[in-house]
Write a protein that binds this ligand. Structure first.
Ligand code: NAD
Ligand code: UDP
Length: 338
């Protein structure tokens, strides 16, 4: 290995954020061991990395112990979209909790640094707004995803306190961008695909709830800075874009950017859906010198371009296509695109 080059384990490396994490690290000259069980990630996401001699792929479920030799770990494995983490909630909790224990044990044995991809979901349906890191949250204790991620944070700090380990905990807020799956179920991918395909945009619960959307390259910058920050900076630290929008505003922006004639339709609000969410990023600004640089309009334009190319490559008739008017039956369902 060259001087300064590390061998870095990325769990969940074939997922949305994992793919971006692997690519950026490869670009920095590091070797990557990508571990994934492909439950929500796809081989397509990492296909073009497979020929790179610095990239290695291991199909493995992090709920089982892992014995490998690496210099650093990003623990990203966990489904992030509600439709995916609710599909097999027991496995979701096992991934968060047993996965954290297995990766922490690996980091402990190797005496290496480990970063946890935690989430704004640890704040639940927040009463304090915007959310600072010292807010303890308002979480339904029988919601598997939120409590699993909270327990994973606790484990990271228990290993830190008990075993003096080098840990970093990032609380990631809603992130979007290239390499999202069209059938992922998250709001940005849903709205863009619906608009491009001329379908109704499904706004849940009236769309008055708010979210703050971070473009993926900004998020990866934040993770880079946190991982490479001084030993005493452990987090938890919010990484997200503080620009706050209602879901209805997001739908209107997507319609405007795509030039779609799609309508907005109302659908029931899912259980435990937070009413508002906005990160307080003062800590990230102060400790990491980080703040996002890509606003929602710019990020949406880039993401629309990505989905247009993806849907077209899979034979989906889109608004603006001549064949759009007539074709409906020959196209692939979105679930076949991954
Ligand atoms: P994703 O679903 O696209 O990726 C998760 C990856 O983990 C997938 O490739 C999946 O196959 C893999 N995985 C799941 N369970 C596994 C297991 N048991 N063993 C091995 N691999 C497993 O999600 P994402 O958006 O890339 O999120 C990555 C991480 O970031 C997650 O931990 C998520 O909680 C966190 N996060 C993401 C967001 C966001 O907006 N994207 C927001 C908050 C937190
Ligand atoms: N949402 C929506 N329509 C969709 C998908 C999601 O209105 O087709 C809403 C969802 O109810 C939530 C917000 O958009 O209020 C963000 O949902 P997402 O699943 O992307 O992220 P999370 O709820 O985890 O923040």
């Amino acid at each position: 290995m060259l001087l300064g080059q590390k061998r870095i384990l990325v769990t969940g490396g074939a997922g949305f954020l994992g793919t971006h994490r692997c690519r950026r690290l490869l670009g920095q000259g590091h070797e990557i061991l990508c571990v994934d069980n492909f439950s929500t990630g796809t081989r397509r996401n990492i296909e073009e990395l497979l020929d790179n001699p610095l990239f290695e792929l291991l199909r493995h479920n992090v709920t089982f112990p892992l014995f490998v030799e690496v210099d650093e770990i990003y623990n990203l494995a966990c489904p992030a979209s509600p439709i995916h983490y609710q599909f097999d909630p027991v496995q979701t909790t096992k991934t968060s909790v047993s996965g954290a224990i297995n990766m922490l044990d690996l980091a402990k044995r190797l005496k290496i640094r480990i970063l946890q991809a935690s989430t704004s979901e640890v704040y639940g349906d927040p009463i304090v707004h915007p959310q600072p890191e010292d807010y303890w949250g308002n979480v339904n204790p029988i919601s598997s995803h939120d409590e699993g991620k909270r327990c994973a944070e606790t484990l990271f700090f228990d290993y830190y306190r008990q075993h003096k380990m080098s840990i970093k905990v990032a609380r990631i807020f809603n992130t979007y961008g290239l390499n999202m799956r069209p059938d992922d179920g998250r709001v940005v991918s849903n709205f863009i695909c619906q608009a491009l395909l001329g379908e109704d945009l499904t706004v849940f619960g009236g769309g008055g709830q708010t979210r703050s959307f971070c473009y993926v390259t900004d998020l990866i910058d934040g993770l880079d800075r946190l991982m490479n920050s001084p030993e005493n900076i452990t987090g938890p630290i919010n990484i997200g874009n503080p620009g706050e929008f209602t879901i209805r505003e997001l739908a209107e922006k997507v319609i405007a950017i795509t030039g779609s004639k799609s309508k907005i339709v109302d659908r029931p609000l899912p259980e435990d859906d937070p009413k508002q969410r906005q990160p307080n990023i003062e800590l990230a600004e102060k400790l990491l010198g980080w703040r996002p640089s890509i606003n929602l309009d710019e990020g949406l334009k880039r993401t629309v371009t990505y989905f247009e190319a993806l849907l077209r490559a899979h034979g989906k008739p889109m608004i603006g296509d001549k064949r759009y008017q007539s074709a409906t039956s020959t196209c692939l369902p979105l679930t076949h695109i991954g």
